[in-house]
Ligand binder design. Structure first.
Ligand code: PLP
Length: 390
C-alpha cells in the first residue's frame, strides 16, 4: 500500500457472505416487511441476551421512538451526556420535552455518576427531576449502568441507554442492552461495529415497551385483533391506535445485519487486538489513552485519545491537521452538544460542562476498524509521534 493512501477513522467491513445474504433477499420476493427482519431481530436479541429487539431505519429514529414509548412529551425533562452525538439530545426535543446535560467523568468520558447524583439531588429539592436519562456508552465503553439503575429506582426516572457505539460490549459479564437499562438503542451506520447501511435497533426486556415501539415503528397501525379497539371487520382490517411513524428497516438491510452479526465475535476480537496494540505503542506519548474498567469490556467502536496538556504544548488543531496531511483520517468525538449553535440558542453556555469541554479541546479519534492492517496502524503511530514530538 502506498504511503499516501488515505486511512479513514472507520469504515464498513463487507465480505462475500454479506453480498450473498443481500442477493438472496433481493430475489426472495420480500424487500421490506418480510421474514429477514424478525430473523435479524431474533439473532440480535440472542447475541445480547435480551427478550425483545426491534429494528428500525436508523438509531436516531430508534431513540425518538423509545422516548415516545417512555411517555416523553411536552413538559417532560430528559437528561443526557454532553459528550455525545447530537441525536442523543435531539430525540427528546422531537417530543417537545426539555433537554439538559450531565458532565462527563474525564477518565471514562462517559456520563459522570457523581455529577448525575448531584444534579438529581438538586432537582429533587426543586421538583425538576427528569423522567428519562440517556447515558451514552462512549466509544463502546459501557457506562455505570448498575449504579445508574439504582439512581433510577430511587428518583423514579427510566434509563434509555444510547448504546449506538456498543454492539457486543459487555458489562459485569453480560452484553449491554440486556440488564439495568429500561431500553437500549444501537446504531448500524457504516462507521459503527456492524452495519445495515443505515439502521438502528431497540432492545428491552419490557413486553409493554416492546409492543409500543413495534406499533410506533409502523404508523401506530395494528393488524392484531388483541390490540384493536373494536372488532375486526374482516381480513383486510387494520386499526391505527396511536400516532406512529414509518421508521421501518428493509429486509435487504436486515439480511446484511444478520450476516454482519454472525461475524461479531471475530470483528470484535480484531478491534480488541488493535486497541491493545495502540495502548502498547502510545504508552509513552503525552496522551490520555482510553480508560479500561475492570468490570466491563468495550466494543472498541472508537479509539479516542486526548492530548495531555501538562505534557505537551502542541494543540489539537496542529496534530489533527498534520495527521490529515499525512493521509490519516483522524476525527473528533465529540464537540460537546451544548456548544452547538442550536443548543446555545436554547440557553446553554460555554463553561457549564467543564470536563467535557476540556476533553474536547484535546480529543482526537484514531483510525480503528477490523481490516486496519498493522502496517497502517504503525503509520498512524509514526505520524502521531512526529506531530507530538514524542
Ligand atoms: C451514530 C450515533 C447515533 C445515531 O445513529 P444513526 O443510526 O446514524 O441515526 C446516535 N447516538 C450516538 C452516540 C451515535 O454515535
Amino acid at each position: 500500500m502506498a504511503a499516501q493512501d488515505f486511512i479513514p477513522y472507520s469504515t464498513q467491513n463487507i465480505v462475500e457472505d454479506d453480498l450473498a445474504a443481500v442477493r438472496t433477499v433481493l430475489t426472495s420476493g420480500w424487500l421490506t416487511q418480510g421474514p429477514a427482519i424478525p430473523r435479524f431481530e431474533a439473532a440480535f436479541a440472542a447475541a445480547h441476551e435480551v427478550k425483545h429487539a426491534v429494528a428500525m431505519c436508523n438509531a436516531t429514529v430508534a431513540l425518538h421512538t423509545a422516548c415516545v414509548a417512555l411517555g416523553v412529551g411536552p413538559g417532560s425533562r430528559v437528561w443526557t451526556s454532553v459528550n455525545s452525538f447530537v441525536a442523543s439530545a435531539n430525540c427528546a426535543l422531537y417530543c417537545g420535552a426539555t433537554v439538559d446535560f450531565v458532565d462527563i467523568d474525564p477518565h471514562t468520558r462517559n456520563m459522570s455518576l457523581a455529577a448525575l447524583e448531584q444534579k438529581l439531588q438538586r432537582a429533587a429539592t426543586e421538583g425538576t427531576l427528569p423522567s428519562v436519562v440517556v447515558p451514552v456508552d462512549f466509544a463502546g465503553l459501557p457506562c455505570d449502568l448498575a449504579e445508574m439503575r439504582a439512581l433510577a429506582d430511587r428518583y423514579g426516572f427510566r434509563i434509555l441507554e444510547d448504546a449506538s457505539h456498543a454492539v457486543g460490549a459487555r458489562y459485569r459479564g453480560k452484553p449491554v442492552g440486556s440488564a439495568y437499562a429500561h431500553v437500549s438503542v444501537f446504531s448500524f451506520h457504516p462507521v459503527k461495529i456492524i452495519t445495515t447501511g443505515e439502521g438502528g435497533l431497540v432492545t428491552t426486556n419490557d413486553d409493554e415497551l416492546a409492543r409500543k415501539i413495534q406499533l410506533l415503528r409502523s404508523h401506530g397501525i395494528t393488524r392484531d385483533p388483541a390490540q384493536m379497539v373494536g372488532p375486526s371487520e374482516g381480513g383486510w382490517y387494520y386499526e391505527q391506535v396511536a400516532l406512529g411513524f414509518n421508521y421501518r428497516i428493509t429486509d435487504v438491510q436486515a439480511a446484511l445485519g444478520s450476516s454482519q452479526l454472525a461475524r461479531l465475535p471475530s470483528l470484535h476480537a480484531r478491534r480488541v487486538e488493535l486497541a491493545a496494540r495502540y495502548d502498547e505503542k502510545l504508552r509513552s506519548f503525552p496522551l490520555h489513552l482510553p480508560a479500561r474498567v475492570a468490570d466491563r469490556e468495550s466494543s472498541w467502536h472508537l479509539y479516542a485519545v486526548q492530548i495531555d496538556s501538562t505534557r505537551s504544548t502542541v494543540s489539537r488543531a496542529t496534530v489533527f491537521a498534520q495527521l490529515r496531511d499525512a493521509g490519516i483520517g483522524v476525527n473528533v468525538h465529540y464537540i460537546p452538544i451544548h456548544l452547538q449553535p442550536y443548543y446555545q440558542q436554547l440557553g446553554f453556555r460555554r463553561g457549564q460542562f467543564p470536563n467535557a469541554e476540556r476533553y474536547y479541546e484535546g480529543a482526537i479519534t484514531l483510525p480503528l476498524f477490523p481490516q486496519l492492517s498493522e502496517a497502517q496502524q504503525d503509520r498512524v503511530v509514526a505520524a502521531l509521534a512526529e506531530a507530538l514530538d514524542a
